[in-house]
Design a protein around this ligand. Sequence first.
Ligand SMILES: [Zn+2]
Length: 176
Amino acid sequence: MSVRPILVFGDARLEAANAPVESFDAALASLVDDLFETGWQAPGLGLAAPQVGANFRLATVDLSVGKDPTQKIVLANPTITETSGKISLEEGCLSFPGLFTTLSRPREVLVTAQDEHGEPFEIEASGLLAQAICHEVDHLDGRLLVHHLRGIKKKMFLRRVDKMRKTEVWPAQPNS
Ligand SMILES: [Zn+2]
C-alpha cells in the first residue's frame, strides 16, 4: 500500500471522464488499497480514484477513517438509483484543502455498486454515509464542490480558492 498525492482543484484529471472498472484484478486491488491508505492519512471519509489521477469509476468510503475495517466500502461503478428528502449540509473535499461550503444533498440514497472483486451489492444509506457516497459519486462524474454553487456564492468560494492557493495548505500542482 502507498499514500498517493491528492490532486487539488485546477488539475484537469479531477474533471476528466472516468472509465468504468472492467478488470477486477491485482492492479485494481492495489489501487483500492492506495485509496484507503491515502484517505486515512489525509484524513478524509472517502476518496475517489480521479483524486489520485486514476480516471476510473472507483471510490472508497470509510467513516471510521481506518479504525474499523467493517466500515470500509469499495464503490466500483456506483449508481445512485433512488434518493429521498433534501438536507443542507456543510461539506469539504480533500481536493479543496481547508475549504468548506454548504450545499443540498438527499437525506437518503439507494446505491448499487460492485465491490473490489466485482460482486454487485446495494446499500441504503442516510446521514453522513449518504453524504459521503453522494460526494464520491459526484467525483466520478467530474462534479466538484464548486459545481454545486451558483452566483455570488460561487464567486466568493472561488475567491477563497485563490487565497488558499497562495498558502502551503494547497500543494503545488505536479504538472503546472
Ligand atoms: Zn472530494
